[in-house]
Design a protein around this ligand. Structure first.
Ligand code: GDP
Ligand code: MG
Length: 426
């Protein structure tokens, strides 16, 4: 069974939480895109963890975790993440962590370039996480990347590094007039941070192909959501990789394999980190109240997230581009304080109503059409069966299911592993 768990919205839907829950059914969990700009929060019997690079299965005893060739890896950050988990008693060995030799290394100069560019843009900035993600993906496609596998060949590393640093300084030093990148310094950084990771570096394609042939269950864990996809998201306020399920097997290293299932994670309201169009946004008190109720602060950056009403046009679009067949609706409990629950049912663009999600400049002119549903005004965080839900909550779920035309299989009512309802289990 090959399953992808992906975000339907702008990210932070609770993917880490759902991967942690559903992960028990899988032998292997793979991260296939992005880098440490991700922030997946997992709360289980071992404690509370924030994972930026490692797949969420690292918290399970019998799960093998793979970081695929589609990822970009800041190795200093990864080392800190591994050390942090090890201190908390999580065992990480070459048996439960495999890093693709084809994953691209994110260097300190990528982070610097990211910051330099955001600062140059000032009030026109993209709202980058400033973790170097856009520069490292750009370099990858410029074929100026250093990959994890290069660490295995120190004798040729200096030459590669020199060539790249020379080119990089045209921009960092020549363009931005910032301090020049130094080859020796970068080689030293690679040595300090790369060597401890060497035991994990391997050909994950070989490993995963064998696993597929043995009918192992593999879960592909995405970062961010459909609306942040480089091609299908709200470009240029997107990330720099493909966040879609259709990329899962490719980014994981087994492009010939076929997914059996796509589970979309969708939040019961909207949140969005950083800049860009966000039609159903709440402002002032309405926004503050929801932000507090949902604890909507970035797991990777601590930034307050923008929040808003559940957005039907955006979610329908997200479901379509993800090809999701099943939805986990998360954080329904957060809406419990609301008397009436606003839902964005359509957009108005240039005086016309539409339920299609537009991309490009039309999106910038979209205004939300809001309808209100009845709130339930009681704590639902202890509901474990469909029957436990108050009728208004059940009606809210049904309404979203009908409008988005996708089956809601799971409803999450808390951050803890068992705080969910399987809608198929009576
Ligand atoms: P991800 O990036 O998609 O993995 O999501 P994040 O971890 O960035 O954000 C989701 C946040 O909501 C985390 O702090 C989770 O612990 C929390 N969370 C997940 N599901 C629920 C839920 O159903 N109810 C509540 N109250 N919190 C949840
Ligand atoms: Mg997140």
């Amino acid at each position: 069974m090959l399953t992808a768990i992906v975000g339907i919205n702008w990210g932070d839907e609770g993917k880490g939480r759902m991967v942690d829950l559903l992960g028990s059914q899988y032998d292997i969990i793979v991260r296939y895109q992005g880098g440490n700009n991700a922030g997946h929060t997992v709360v289980n019997e071992k404690g509370k963890f924030i994972l930026n690079l490692l797949p969420s299965g690292i918290l399970r005893n019998d799960t093998v975790n793979v970081m695929g060739p589609g990822m970009v890896i800041d190795i200093a950050h990864l080392r800190r993440e591994i050390d942090g988990l090890t201190e908390k008693g999580i065992k990480i060995t070459a048996d439960n962590l495999k890093i693709s030799h084809a994953a691209t290394i994110c260097f300190p100069y990528h982070v610097r370039q990211d910051i330099l560019e955001e600062e140059r843009l000032a009030d026109r900035k993209y709202g980058s996480t400033r973790r170097g993600i856009a520069p490292v993906y750009a370099d990858k496609y410029m074929k100026k990347g250093i990959r994890m596998g290069d660490l295995l060949f120190p004798e040729t590393l200096r030459e590669k590094m020199e060539g790249i640093v020379e080119w990089k300084n045209l921009m960092i030093h020549g363009g931005y007039r910032d301090q020049a990148v130094d080859t020796d310094e970068m080689l030293e950084w690679l040595k300090i941070n790369g060597e401890p990771l060497l035991p994990f570096v391997c050909d994950v394609t070989e490993y995963l192909e064998k696993a597929v042939s043995e009918n192992k269950n593999i879960l592909f864990e995405a970062q961010l959501g459909a609306l942040r996809d480089i091609d299908f998201g709200i470009y240029p306020y997107t990330t720099s990789s493909t966040t879609l399920a259709s990329f899962a097997t490719t980014g994981a290293g087994i492009p010939g394999a076929k997914l059996d299932k796509v589970i979309g994670i969708m939040k019961a309201y909207s949140s969005c980190v950083g800049e860009g169009p966000f039609v159903a946004e709440f402002f002032g008190d309405e926004g503050n109240r929801l932000r507090e109720a949902g604890g909507e602060y970035g797991a990777a950056t601590g930034r307050p997230r923008r929040v808003g009403a559940f957005d039907i046009p955006a979610s329908r679009y997200g479901i379509k581009v993800q090809g999701a067949e099943e939805i986990a609706l998360t954080k329904l409990d957060v809406l419990s304080y609301m008397e009436k629950i606003p839902v964005c049912v359509a957009y108005e663009i240039d005086g016309e109503r539409t339920d299609k999600f537009p991309t490009g400049d039309r999106l910038l002119r979209a205004r939300p059409v809001i309808e209100h549903l009845d709130g339930w005004k009681c704590d639902i965080s202890r509901c474990r069966r469909k029957e436990d839900l108050p009728p208004e909550a059940a009606a809210y779920i049904r309404y979203i299911e009908e409008k988005t035309e996708c089956k809601i299989r799971y409803v999450s009512v808390g951050a803890e592993r068992d705080a969910y309802i399987d809608m198929d289990n009576a």
